[in-house]
Design a protein around this ligand. Structure first.
Ligand code: GLY
Length: 299
């Protein structure tokens, strides 16, 4: 069975001048994690490591570089899911952490729960000794300037049906040498979101899903619409009946027609075939092909 790794860095009208940074970010995640996957790390470990790399990269709306909410604060959401037994961990509205996806994994493995939010999640992070950062360590000049640009704009909406706003959520899907699959997603949410707003990314079946018997998917885009159609689970279920690519396209069709929304997704089916689809102007994503060559796209 082939080893597989696919990652994304958001789906929206990515300005052309940001293409290179997106492609470099995607490439770094693939070139650092794929060799480890070949050396025997699990799919679960691979998706966490890949998302960690993307969380560190200030290009993306995850970890460092995340959007600010309407209070001028960063609140992060993330999920990780293991296709072996459907176990998952998720966090929402956490602050001061560079790697919310790693906290999600700790919740999955070290507690009886699947999801922690806000103060409770922060307290657990402290309890297990995760490094807590000064919030300024996650803030970029780009996002501070954007926050000041939009904060008093009475016409601003964090989404628009025809003009997708920035959505640089990151995600990864992997299959390891034991045919296990996993998915992970991490985000700062939408720009000027209300404090406490939670989007699709940490919601199981919406932001990610993984089931060894069907497939695994990570999504990006307008969270309120993605939640309506449980986009990741919709695509995984469809993978049982159609090719991976057709399942991805079906998911985006459902998102557009029933969810009246927009976004993108990546995935791998149980046979190891890659999937991707989006209805935004562009999506940034990359994968390692059958020959072991990194492929990157932004279009
Ligand atoms: N998809 C990211 C969000 O809406 O929060």
């Amino acid at each position: 069975m082939p080893i597989r790794l696919i990652v994304h860095g958001g789906a929206w009208s990515i300005p052309d001048e940001m293409d290179t940074a997106h492609l470099q970010g995607v490439q770094k995640a693939l070139e650092e994690v794929y060799p480890a996957l070949q050396s025997g790390i699990s799919a679960l470990e691979a998706v966490e490591r890949a998302v960690n790399i993307l969380e560190e990269d200030p290009t993306f709306d995850a970890g460092r570089g995340a959007f600010l909410n309407d209070q001028g604060e960063i609140e992060l959401d993330a999920i990780i899911m293991d296709g072996r037994d459907l176990s998952f961990g998720a966090v929402a509205a956490v602050q001061n952490l560079l790697h919310p996806v790693s906290l999600a994994r700790e919740i999955m493995t070290k507690t009886d729960h699947s999801m922690l939010v806000g103060k409770g999640a922060q307290a657990f992070a402290q309890f297990i000794g995760m490094e807590e950062l000064d919030p300024r360590a996650l803030l970029t000049d780009r996002e501070l300037a954007y926050y000041h640009q939009i904060k008093e704009d009475p016409h601003f909406k964090s989404h628009h049906p025809f003009e997708p706003f920035p959505s640089d959520t990151v995600g990864a899907v992997a299959m390891d040498g034991k045919e296990n699959i996993a998915a992970a997603t991490s985000t700062g949410g939408t720009p000027r979101k209300m404090a406490g707003r939670v989007g699709d990314s940490p919601i199981v079946g919406a932001g990610a899903y993984a089931d060894n018997e069907t497939g695994a998917v990570s999504t990006t885009g307008w969270g309120e619409s993605i939640m309506k159609v449980l986009l990741a689970k919709t695509v995984c279920d469809r993978m049982e009946r159609t090719s991976a690519l057709e399942a991805a396209k079906f998911g985006i069709q459902v998102l557009r027609e029933k969810g009246k929304g927009y976004g993108g997704l990546i995935g791998i089916n149980a046979q190891g075939d890659y999937a991707f689809a989006y209805n935004t102007e562009k999506m940034a994503w990359g994968w390692v092909d059958e020959k072991g060559t990194i492929q990157r796209r932004i279009r």
